[in-house]
Design a binder for this molecule. Sequence first.
Ligand code: G3D
Ligand code: MG
Length: 226
Amino acid sequence: MSDSEDEFPDRQLKLIVMGDGASGKTSLCMRYSQEQFSKEYGQTVGLDFYLKRINLLGGTNVALQVWDIGGQTLGGSMLDNYIFGAHGVLLVYDITNYSSFENLEDWFNAVKKVCGTGPMPHMALVGNKSDLEHMRTIKLDKHQKFAHDHNMSSYFVSAKTGESVALCFQKIAADILQVKLSKPEVDQHHRVVKAEIIDSNNSHGAKAKRVQLPPRQAKSSLCNIT
Ligand code: G3D
Ligand code: MG
């Protein structure tokens, strides 16, 4: 990718990663953006924000903004601001933790409330910790029914092993932009463009980018897929 492509992506997409605490949201984001997994992320306080650039079929350069929302913010006053303007939402649960799955309805409704009568963003159901398949407590048909009933795309990933993580984000971006993925694109290695820390409480390691956006900035776009 050239420098000019870095500066001028064709499209910018905002993806929100939501779900209960400990479902693996931060691990997923770190796996995708930094290609690493650590057991030392700690609880997310507020919001972590990652930026990653990818190329899709036909040379579309996409800047993906990935927002990692702390599980503790469901019902919190900031959540609506975070959701506002999202092109895609990943509802993440832990396949070994039934309540993380049950609570997805509440997370889904939080998005619905923000969108009101307008269009919903692309919604993706993400069962994380697929490396713990032997400890699965949510049957496959329950997962599929939820995805079907809520008109969501569906994924199983492991932040720990990295299985299907990049593919999940890439497919979601491609679905939103209505482009198809070729196999080399699916396999391609993505790189992180920016990384910095602005929160001294950050325990995610030196490469994580954490940005706390003011509510007005977060509300600057509509809940439409544009
Ligand atoms: P959160 O951001 O949703 O709160 P975290 O979740 O990313 O902090 O992860 C919560 C715990 O789940 C962490 O373990 C983390 O290592 C673990 N985890 C995340 N993703 C996976 C995965 O794909 N597989 C497995 N086996 N574990 C995962 P601790 O022990 O620190 O609580
Ligand atoms: Mg977290």
